[in-house]
Design a protein around this ligand. Sequence first.
Ligand SMILES: Nc1nc(Cl)c2cnn(Cc3ccc(Br)cc3F)c2n1
Length: 506
Amino acid sequence: PLNNEEEDKIPEEGTITVNEKTVGNAVKHEFKTETKRLLDIVAKSLYSDKEVFIRELISNASDALEKVRYLQLTDEKALDESVANNPAEIHISINKKERTIIFQDFGIGMNEDEVNNNLGTIANSGTLAFLKKLDQSSSSAKENMIGQFGVGFYSCLMVAEKVEVFTRSAHKGSKGYCWTSDGTGSYDVAEADGVTVGTKIVIHLREDCKDFADISTVQRIIKRYSNFVQYPIVLNNKRLNTIQALWTMNKNEITEDQHIEFYRFIANAHDKPQFTLLYKTDAPIQISSLLYVPQYHSETMGLGRMQPGVSLYSRKVLIQAKCKQLLPEWLRFVRGVIDSEDIPLNVSREMLQDNALIARLKNVMTTRIIKWLLEESKRDPEKYKLFASNFGNFLKEGICADYGFKTDIAALLRFPSTKTGKDEVTSFDEYVEKMPKDQECIFYTCTPNRSIVEDSPYYEPFKQNDVEVILCHEAIDEFVMNNLHLYKGKRILNIESQAAAEEIAK
Ligand SMILES: Nc1nc(Cl)c2cnn(Cc3ccc(Br)cc3F)c2n1
């Protein structure tokens, strides 16, 4: 929610005027049937909530700015002179009275062909084929860029009773065009004068979508989805996006204060992170991630179950906040961002459920997080001991619930034993390392405290043979040890079991 002075700061009235004039007659085009079907699919299912049209148009504008900046660097002389004086910004202007929201970018713009084809391109590849490709994990970034441009734009037809697009390509000598449609069956294209290089999209909102002409609604949506877009987003003359997408920077460029600020922003937290991981990889999928382990967590204070806290981004644009499918439940204490350009921007909440790519992303990230925690345990054993004790329950849940990573998670556990000092702990690896050569099992006992073990008859033979016994004080430990059952080939036995009595009698 906006606090008052901030609300005051943004003028109510939009500042983008529409002075373009069409020249000559408009050419009417029927939407190809494929296009119409795609329109329906997009309007009805592809987007879980209408508000994402703002994200989509901002993303198109950002891509368009990227393209013109690239051309300025590589082929300056091909560009219209006016380009050099245009701001590399995205302007959004809303007008409550007229019920309009206008997006203007000073990007690469479109020529007549693109105006006609960018919408058609994806429909040409067939609606279902397109949607299947959208869902495929292998689709490369450039492929879904087309999808991005085309489908993204469609989304504004979900909220519009009429759309006017004024665009002029940045390439020297290009004419300006005006594309208009009410999203039903056809669209008009006409040449236009007075068009600035780039693209201006004037959306006349439907009655039931007038909220998108409300300043605080639009500000909230932009902050939520597009807060990390690399170009300034100016809403009614107020610059919005300020926090940098830290995860795209290099590790040594980021200060600890930036981490703390970013962590508090994305985790909506007030503490500091105790562990930080900046992880990027290009194969098997492109991932840029910045993850944090909080200092504290709410489950110990019985304040209810922590909600998963990692958000899914694609090229700095939010896809899904606190996405449940990104990590297994037992890692719900991890906070941060996972950004993958291979995820189609338009993927909807439903598609995340069984998306093959998401499942692979989850596997890669779970493996990397376990490795990260193991590294932290070696970097600072004392600090890690505190983490293992405060967050041990999450790890133990991972062993009981999460197949495939049991042994790796077990290596992260820390327990006292009959050989550790009072406040000391040991690990399975340490236990196995210290074991006599001929010992083949790991022994443990579940006991409320250490002193009870000393007098236990079961412990007697282990004491005699100076065999270390792991001490488990938590109820869940019995399940953990049973579930684990083996650690690196060593059976894990409760000293009260028959098997243990046989082992120690050898
Ligand atoms: N902002 C922006 N800039 C550029 Cl360069 C392009 C290229 N395609 N698109 C999507 C799109 C396609 C057709 C129509 Br009509 C409108 C529209 F937004 C773009 N949007």
